[in-house]
Design a protein around this ligand. Structure first.
Ligand code: HEC
Length: 102
């Protein structure tokens, strides 16, 4: 990946984190249920999810979890995860929702 692209991604992720003042975890939960619940357990009590996708509660409790990292991850989804076209507000809200599961 080029350096220019990396810094572009970094700026974008920082902009997302800076937006946290307008955070709406409830909206994040709705997004999670719509886009992530096929594979991840997005709230406790959910039974259908695929085995190798970590539940969101577990992601939130990993010692080095933070919103910035999550935002980066969602901008460049890893293999196995479909690339989702979420906008900044959606990513920010999702990150807040996942953080709230700690
Ligand atoms: C088609 C199934 C699928 C969907 C839909 C999906 N994921 Fe994932 N996700 C996975 C799998 C599988 C892994 C574990 C991948 C791995 O370890 O390589 C994963 C891992 C993750 C991780 C942890 C990655 C890490 O490196 O620690 C996060 C965070 C995550 N997903 C967030 C989300 C969010 C947020 C959504 C909804 C917007 C979502 N995923 C939708 C399959 C999915």
């Amino acid at each position: 990946m080029s350096e220019a692209f990396k810094s572009l991604v970094a700026c974008f992720a920082l902009a997302i984190v800076a937006q946290s003042a307008a955070a709406d975890p409830q909206h994040g939960k709705d997004i999670a249920k719509r886009w992530c619940a096929n594979c991840h357990v997005v709230e406790s009590g959910q039974s259908n999810a695929i085995d190798h996708a970590p539940p969101f509660g577990q992601i939130a409790r990993t010692p080095d979890f933070d919103r910035t990292k999550l935002a980066f991850l969602l901008l460049r989804p890893h293999p196995n995860m479909p690339s989702l076209s979420l906008d900044r507000t959606e990513i920010s809200n999702l990150a807040d929702y996942i953080s709230s599961l700690k």
